[in-house]
Design a protein around this ligand. Structure first.
Ligand code: PGA
Length: 313
């Protein structure tokens, strides 16, 4: 005898059986499915033959389901639920052929965000992406105005009602130019670096916020000699001997770190994590929902792979 799934006529039979099971009678099932009672009986008879066992007994006019009937109801429900999920996914894909996904991300995350967007755009070639890059304060301002679908921070604002998913580690590391005297030392304390000329990101930067919070916790001060508005400019300034700095290791991984060394300083790297954030009050678009699912399902391994390839993490 062939296997059960090959003997069962159609998914429609399973649906009819579930209507009988849930409704408790052929009559109730026929009414709910807008079928005649003989049609329902006929389909149930076929199903019972395919299973090779009765699905219910008749006690007077009442249907009493057999063990096989109960088991079949469980499987039928699972199968039909799976199809319902597939249906929802397909509907979403159909709605996804066009549309714009708006992202606003802090400058430091611009190193890995494109690696995420590439494969997503390949899956949905007709969508548009608007990517805004700015420092933490600029991205918070956009968030307050509700301008975008998603925001990427490592230090999301605490006073705005948001939901978020944590995405990846974002360690902040101490950097110095190659050949710097401190680079010879195996282990440094925060006191060592507090005396050095320090190059700091601008007011409103998340990197600066993280460094300041960390130094406050450690009861330490920095000797800030220059304020610079970009990670790249800080790297080049460090390379050219203007001072040392603390930056996200992502800026080195993706941006290249020739001419720079990481200092092995106690209590560092400063621990931080990337977050995908959205406003609680704003409902996701179909495209936004698909992007979020993609980030959760594929995004993390994808970026982790990129980081591994770079050999730095
Ligand atoms: P920034 O933000 O680019 O504003 O420094 C980075 C972060 O939030 O860690």
């Amino acid at each position: 005898m062939s296997r059960l799934h090959a003997r069962i006529g159609t998914l429609r039979q399973l649906e009819i059986f579930l209507a009988v099971y849930d409704g408790g009678s052929i009559k109730a099932a026929a009414a709910s499915l807008h079928l005649t009672q003989p049609t329902v009986s006929m389909q149930i008879k076929k199903l019972s033959e395919a299973v090779g066992m009765p699905l219910y007994d008749l006690l007077g006019r009442k249907l009493v389901f057999t063990e096989a009937g109960h088991e079949l109801s469980l499987t039928a429900r699972e199968v039909l639920n799976q199809f319902e999920r597939l249906d929802m996914k397909l509907a979403r894909m159909r709605g996804l052929t066009t549309g714009t996904l708006k992202l606003a991300v802090v400058t430091t995350s611009k190193y890995f965000i494109p690696h995420l967007l590439g494969p997503f755009c390949e899956q949905y070639p007709d969508i548009d992406i608007e990517l805004t890059v700015g420092n933490r304060q600029k991205i918070i301002d956009r968030m307050v105005m509700g301008l975008d679908d998603f925001y990427v921070f490592s230090h999301p604002p605490k006073d705005i009602e948001t939901d978020s998913i944590e995405f990846l580690d974002n360690p902040l590391v101490v950097i110095a130019p190659e050949g710097h005297a401190l680079a010879q030392k195996k282990r440094l304390s925060l006191n060592h670096i507090s005396k050095e000329n320090f190059l700091m990101r601008e007011e409103g930067s998340g990197t600066r916020y993280a460094i300041e919070e960390f130094m406050k916790r450690q009861g330490c001060a920095l000797n800030i000699r220059m304020t610079i508005e970009s990670n790249e400019a800080i790297k080049h300034s460090v390379m050219s001997g203007l001072g040392i700095s603390i930056l996200s290791s992502h800026t080195l991984t993706y941006g290249g770190d020739a001419g720079l060394v990481r200092l092995n300083v106690a209590k560092t790297p400063i621990e931080a994590h990337w977050h995908f954030v959205w406003l609680k009050a704003k409902e996701h678009t179909v495209l936004g929902q698909a992007f979020l699912e993609y980030v959760q399902r594929e995004g993390r391994p994808l970026v982790e792979d990129e980081l591994k390839k770079s050999g730095i993490h």
